[in-house]
Design a protein around this ligand. Structure first.
Ligand SMILES: [Zn+2]
Length: 273
């Protein structure tokens, strides 16, 4: 195998050490190793060592200086090893390996330096990908946790022993597709209501009311989204045991200027009727 072609196998060794090879590349490398290649075997062993060193540096993207120092020290050691093993002039030269070994080693070291570079780039790319994935995962956890908390609060209302279903239906003055439904816990006054098919008048607001007999108490304005939906979650409505109904009225923008509805009541629903 020519040197330039063989570099490709050495790169595959680096990829193999990082478990980053495609099945096709892994098969190529395995076929090459089956033919026996001490250079690739040595590279694989060196990369396994380097990988252990780099794993210890996570989550930092760059390998610790120590790993690099170790590798450089190793290169220096192996170079020295060659120099001290160089045959003395008076000793008989070994015929073939004696002349070939130094060049093989120079190529080996050059390849090793190249591989070290490839490994660093590979490792850096992988680390930055992991970092992006980790940040995304964190945002997802925050979002899902919030949704879960919302769901838990709703479930607490729905599962309350005395929970009562509230269904709000349109009055004759309203668009007949308006709907509202939810649950109300008379023990705590906690309430969860969902509204559907509300049209969004640009200069008006829908206002939610609690009715104790005839006496209205404002529960705030509905925030209607582009799909005509609104969700209301209320904690501790006053005097929950004597609440008789929910109602929604159409009011001037910002809500009723008075303690009760001024516009037409569009939705009404008695509780536990
Ligand atoms: Zn090889």
């Amino acid at each position: 195998v020519a040197v330039s072609e063989h570099d490709a196998y050495l790169e595959l060794c680096a990829g193999q050490a990082l478990d980053a090879l495609s099945a096709e590349d892994r098969a190529r490398l395995e076929a090459h190793l089956e033919q026996g290649c001490s250079e690739c075997e040595a590279a694989l062993a060196a990369y396994a060592d380097a990988k252990v060193g780099m794993a210890a540096t996570a989550p930092a993207a760059a390998p610790r200086a120590k790993v690099k120092e170790d590798l450089l020290a190793r290169v220096a050691r192996e170079t020295q090893h060659i120099e001290t093993n160089r045959p003395m002039p008076e000793m008989p030269r070994r015929p073939d390996p004696g002349t070939r070994a130094p060049w093989g080693l120079v190529w080996g070291l050059a390849a090793f330096a190249l591989l070290f570079l490839v490994l660093n780039v590979w490792n850096w790319q992988r680390a930055s990908l992991l970092l992006r994935e980790r940040n995304f995962a964190r945002t997802e956890v925050v979002r899902i946790t919030r949704e879960l908390e919302d769901a838990k609060r709703v479930l607490a209302v729905v599962n309350a022993p005395e929970a009562q279903l509230a269904v709000l239906l349109p009055t004759q003055e309203a668009n007949q597709s308006f709907r509202g439904a939810g649950y109300f816990d008379p023990a705590t006054g906690n309430t969860f209501l969902v509204f559907r098919h509300l049209d969004r008048p640009p200069t008006r607001d829908y206002q939610l009311w609690a009715l104790h007999g005839d006496k209205p108490t404002s529960l705030g304005l509905l925030t209607v989204d582009a799909n005509g939906r609104a969700t209301v979650e209320l904690r501790g409505i006053v005097n929950p045991a004597h609440l008789s109904a929910f109602a929604v009225s159409m009011e001037p923008s910002g809500g009723s200027p008075r303690p009760g509805p001024t516009g037409p009541v569009v939705l009404v629903g008695t509780i536990g009727g």
